[in-house]
Design a protein around this ligand. Sequence first.
Ligand SMILES: *[C@@H]1O[C@H](CO)[C@@H](O)[C@H](O)[C@H]1NC(C)=O
Ligand SMILES: *[C@@H]1O[C@H](CO)[C@@H](O)[C@H](O)[C@H]1NC(C)=O
Ligand SMILES: *[C@@H]1O[C@H](CO)[C@@H](O)[C@H](O)[C@H]1NC(C)=O
Ligand SMILES: *[C@@H]1O[C@H](CO)[C@@H](O)[C@H](O)[C@H]1NC(C)=O
Length: 297
Amino acid sequence: MISWVMMMMISCRADEVDTTLGFTDLPFNTSYYHLHKPYDLPETQRYSFAGGVHRLWVYATDKPYRRGSPTKPRTELMISQVVVVAVLFVVVTWGSSVNGVVDVLDPTCGFTELPFNTSHYQIHKPFDLPVAQRYSFVDGIHDLWVYSTDKPLYNGSTTHPRSEIKIQGYTYSSGIWQFEGQGYVPKGTNGVCIMQVFGATRRATSLMLRVYNGSLMYYQRAVIVPEIFDRWFRLNVIHDVEAAALEVYVDGVLLLVVADHGGKSHYFKFGVYGQNNMSDCMESRWKGIRVLYKNVT
Ligand SMILES: *[C@@H]1O[C@H](CO)[C@@H](O)[C@H](O)[C@H]1NC(C)=O
Ligand SMILES: *[C@@H]1O[C@H](CO)[C@@H](O)[C@H](O)[C@H]1NC(C)=O
Ligand SMILES: *[C@@H]1O[C@H](CO)[C@@H](O)[C@H](O)[C@H]1NC(C)=O
Ligand SMILES: *[C@@H]1O[C@H](CO)[C@@H](O)[C@H](O)[C@H]1NC(C)=O
């Protein structure tokens, strides 16, 4: 156990800079919050609420918010159903070496990669078109595009057009699951979801990553990456079902920690799914798709 912990510390080490972003002032009902604190401590040791003041504190030597997480200690309020939380910026030096130790924050650290091949792809596209008119797979790159005037997935459906890959065979209801992929969004694409965690209570999704005004956003609520067009980025999305928490990493940097929306059955999807204010054409490209899992015992 001790050697496992030390290994995690070495291979998952990263320097962090405390910066916050995306705090939004909203009506706040305590029944909607969710506290993230060192996993081995009771709430009262890192949080108090008195006289209308939420007090949150944490020590550098504290444990992370969930067992096995490579992230630094935190005490944060997650505002479920409302918005983003605190957003951590982590300064990561890929491949830099100190005393022979690679100093990299790899979100896949401690996870097991699951077997993955074309049998795990299910393509969702306009019902009246053949797959080849809205999807191609060349040189390891999945290219998915759709037009705002395209038909929905099913004849008679009122949903917006989409060209998406649903990852099948890995529908989950417990544990910690991770999606990894390299994504690319060409300039001009707007009003579209490019990746989602399907499954929630009283709605369809627990997470949507959308593109508006050239930014990668959490639904329409918070900017995750201000400028996302015309470059490859590495995306890691971690869903801890028991903690009801989602983490989004872009290029190895943890940028969003947010509550999920409940639900008992989840899977990952990526591609393009039209939302409000769609551009005429919407497109995203993907490579290096991986699905990973971590047991929480
Ligand atoms: C794809 O992976 C599954 C395991 O999830 C395996 O059973 C199947 O044989 C594989 N198919 C191909 C074509 O490799
Ligand atoms: C869609 O459904 C309508 C009503 O059932 C039918 O008239 C129409 O032919 C269908 N369109 C296609 C392209 O299948
Ligand atoms: C995109 O920009 C327009 C114009 O500035 C603004 O009205 C709109 O709210 C922005 N969209 C999002 C989702 O922030
Ligand atoms: C709609 O999208 C276009 C880009 O396609 C953008 O210029 C415009 O500001 C957006 N409008 C709103 C209301 O978000």
